[in-house]
Design a protein around this ligand. Sequence first.
Ligand code: DLL
Length: 436
Amino acid sequence: MIWNQSKECLSPEHMREYQSKMLYKMVDYVYHNVPFYRNKLQEMDLTPNDIHSIDDIVKLPFTIKQDMRDNYPFGLQAAPSSEIIRIHASSGTTGNPTIVGYTRKDVGIWSECMSRCLTAYGVNRNDIFSVAYGYGLFTGGLGVHYGVENLGAAVLPASTGGTEKHVRLIRDLGVTGIACTPSYALHLAETMENMGIRKDQLKLRIGAFGAEPWTDAMRDEIEERLGLNAFNLYGLSEIMGPCVSYECECQQGSHINWDHYFPEIVDPVTLEPVPYGQPGELVFTTLTKEGMPLLRYRTRDLCTLYNEPCSCGRTSPRMGRLLGRSDDMLIIRGINVFPSQVESVILTMPECAPHYQLIVDRVNNIDTLTVQVEVRQDYFAQGFDTFEPIFNLEKQLTNRLKSVLSIRAKVEVKQPGTLPRSEGKNKFVIDKRILK
Ligand code: DLL
């Protein structure tokens, strides 16, 4: 089944015409409504009239996360605040989070695109669909929720946590679909097994997984343990949230909703365009967004785009699995964490030396973060070699990190001189999660 045949299967020629028209409109819109873009375009001696077709996108300036930080909170917003009906936030590299405001039309398009994803997975009005992404500032929960409602299936807004209760509800209500991070799906499977519940007691048949990297081996394991078909769901808050791309039944990459989010691949160093079939950094331009439209937003996600026809009939290009990132962002329990955020917290603590290390691991399918940091020599000499001050320091740091990162980290304060020092490229992060 296809949710929106006229858009998802539009011939590439007609889609080009449509995208060309929308790109002109979008550039005109930001030129007149976002001083940041007007200045950038003027610096490059560009006006909306220089946009004649979608190919002219390469003339436009890039946008990066730092631009949002510099224009915090609403500097990149194009719509007047009276038109904004929803605000989400995600982590920035340090300090300020990225704020994204949505108009009513944006939320409608988001739901439409999300319904396209769900339909491609095989979800229909008879399904009971559990959304186990976090509800709140994160776009996962509400984003998928609205798509399920728009499609007409029944949504169970389970959110995260309370896993045993959730497993019981999945069994008792006959829940047929679920959306969560792939690692949470494995945690759910484990909890279910520990509760003595077998997968043949459940009616689960479809899973929509994303928000963090996963592999085909994880797909096989989730499908085997939960007894469902697992599909990829990709998105990012800056562009919209979950719904930017989705797998169809062919599972040969994820179809991009390119009538709304126009993709390009560029070389992350030279920023030159990279052709289909070759890896590089994924860049999106929003073609229809009103709240916070973005031109050529550098996602930092590395992947390859394919445009060979897909036997499902959809004509959109597909993105392969993510190959990594061109920055140092970590995704821990589905939450974006930058080592620089940890550093900024450590630097506020006079007792701590600027020597630290992040250790990321996965225990029982749940990501863990340990932050090791050295105490300063002078504090060490003045009593910070005994249990109590160290314990209090660890507690204080844990709380500060929690409020900045939104996840709990285990803090270990170490003696001066015990953590490895950089040799050339600093290795602050040890990621032990093996994604095979
Ligand atoms: O993670 C939105 C989302 C929610 C997507 C639920 C899918 C499902 P952010 O918090 O802004 O938004 O994080 C975006 O997460 O740039 C990728 O690095 C990573 N990511 C998202 N989906 C996938 C995926 C949401 N399917 C960042 N596979 C992106 C691998 C993913 N990584």
